[in-house]
Ligand binder design. Structure first.
Ligand code: ATP
Ligand code: MG
Length: 161
């Protein structure tokens, strides 16, 4: 387990602001990065990943939506984006079945919704994004780097909390 060595918190006031935060991270992200998303139903995990996709250069005609039934969606981009949703997963065996560990920390970027379904030590180095819903249009977003590469990524963003 890595010590959390850089973190920040900010509040967005519209879905587009949350998308823009994801976009900024997508513009700077390197291959092999894992983004773990935490937050209730409707907290904005998918909206954030829509921005991540935009920043990575996923063509605009791909509609990024929660892969609840397929478990993993794959989008072509500067680094292939794997969008994983673990909402329906409740048995560790399932992780192997969906091939999650094969794609993590490889040549693509992996964004995992409902990452709390995974044991944290299985995630390895990652950026954690936690979303809270104080009201209908606002989200408090807590971003934490676990590991060296995630720390370097957040340093590049220069987002002030
Ligand atoms: N500041 C905001 N940031 C993000 N989404 C917002 C914000 N304000 C309102 N919303 C709305 O909240 C909803 C977020 O939905 P989204 O599908 O991204 O949630 P989710 O966390 O992926 O949920 P699920 O766990 O069901 O997959 C959208 O309807 C969006 O329009
Ligand atoms: Mg979602």
């Amino acid at each position: 387990m890595h010590a959390a060595n850089i973190k920040f918190q900010l509040t967005t006031n519209s879905p587009e602001e949350t998308r823009q935060l994801g976009e900024k991270i997508g513009q700077h992200i390197q291959a092999g990065m894992v983004i773990a998303l935490f937050g209730d139903l409707g907290s904005g995990k998918t909206v954030f990943i829509q921005g991540l996709a935009r920043g990575l250069g996923v063509p605009a005609d791909y509609y990024v939506t929660s892969p609840s039934y397929t478990l993993i969606n794959e989008y072509p981009a500067r680094h292939t984006l794997f969008h994983v949703d673990l909402y329906r997963i409740n048995h560790p065996m399932d992780f192997e079945e969906i091939g999650l560990f094969e794609i993590m920390h490889n040549s693509g970027v992996v964004a995992v919704e409902w990452a709390d379904r995974l044991q944290k030590d299985l995630l390895g180095e990652h950026v954690s994004v936690k979303l809270e819903t104080p009201d209908v249009e606002s989200r408090n977003i807590y971003i934490t780097a676990y590991g060296l590469e995630p720390t370097n990524l957040l340093k590049k963003l220069q987002i002030k909390s």
